[in-house]
Design a binder for this molecule. Structure first.
Ligand SMILES: [Zn+2]
Length: 85
């Protein structure tokens, strides 16, 4: 198994956001009260967990500064210029 790099954590961040939004949307259309509540809370929890994952895991390996998850699309750290894998 390959080690988790900041870019892979960024993919996890985006997947959590998208999955959380999908669960909340699906939960909004479900008629069963308990299932609806579970889906919405689970989706909301994933969407809340995503920025926490980003905050702790999307960091430059060289200078340890937070790489902005939403604007981080280059191969280099915007602060120190180090290559980010
Ligand atoms: Zn850096």
């Amino acid at each position: 198994m390959k080690p988790m790099t900041p870019k892979r954590w960024l993919i996890v961040f985006h997947c959590l956001i998208v999955l959380g939004c999908i669960l909340v949307l699906v939960g909004g259309f479900v008629d069963y009260g308990a299932l609806r509540t579970v889906l919405i809370l689970l989706g909301f929890g994933l969407a809340v967990a995503a920025p926490i994952v980003s905050l702790f895991k999307c960091r430059c390996p060289s200078c340890d500064r937070h790489l902005r998850a939403l604007g981080f699309s280059t191969d280099y750290c915007p602060y120190c210029g180090e290559f980010v894998d």
